[in-house]
Design a binder for this molecule. Structure first.
Ligand code: ZN
Length: 196
């Protein structure tokens, strides 16, 4: 739950990053950010958030999706936060991670174009590691397990399996909201940002 994604807006409500629930709570605790209510878009500091978005819990209280359990409370986790002071637009780069490769490639096998679901996808090194292929944006793509197995230890040329797109470094919001479920509260920010 603490690793779920939270959209970060700057002071002007422009989306600038995606972070985790854990980091969001820490920013809110330190008064660097406010939680944006996913339905009303009202802004809350930690105290006012707890007023409306927490419930007393004990061992018998069932878990709720989207709520975090502490020793004696269930707290609704934030989906969007807004930074109090920061109004810049940072360099919009995504950190290199498996998850972000999936996002960039839209959860689509870059060899056959299918979208068989996360369980049947893997990350393929275009130039295999055994042939000194690097683990970089430019050399890692999403491949379904079938294609990855078929390609084996070969380059796309050797395997006669051309890539559908040339992989590269994405901007931070490439693929956000595609192929995975993101909170609906993100839609207005991410869509608005894509149009801009
Ligand atoms: Zn495939």
């Amino acid at each position: 739950m603490l690793d779920r994604s939270v959209l970060v807006l700057n002071k002007s409500w422009i989306p600038i990053a995606i972070t985790t629930v854990k980091r969001s709570f820490s920013l809110v605790f330190q008064d660097h950010a406010l939680i944006v209510h996913p339905d009303t878009y009202e802004m809350h500091d930690f105290e006012t958030w707890l007023l409306d978005n927490s419930a007393v819990s004990d061992h018998a209280t069932p878990d709720r999706d989207g709520w975090l359990r502490t020793a004696n409370l269930l707290i609704r986790i934030p989906e969007v936060i807004v930074l109090g002071r920061y109004n810049g637009v940072p360099r919009r780069e995504l950190v290199f991670s498996r998850r972000n490769i999936y996002r960039r490639d839209n959860f689509e096998c870059q060899y056959c174009g299918t979208r068989p679901g996360l369980k049947h996808l893997s990350i393929d090194h275009v130039v295999p590691v055994s042939k000194n292929g690097q683990t970089t944006w430019e050399n890692c793509v999403v491949a379904c397990i079938r294609c990855n197995t078929r390609k084996g230890n070969r380059t796309p040329d050797q395997a006669q399996m051309p890539l559908r797109c040339r992989p590269g470094k994405p901007t931070w919001n490439d693929g956000v909201g595609q192929g995975e479920s993101v909170p609906t509260s993100w839609a207005r920010f991410v869509a608005a940002d894509t149009r801009a």
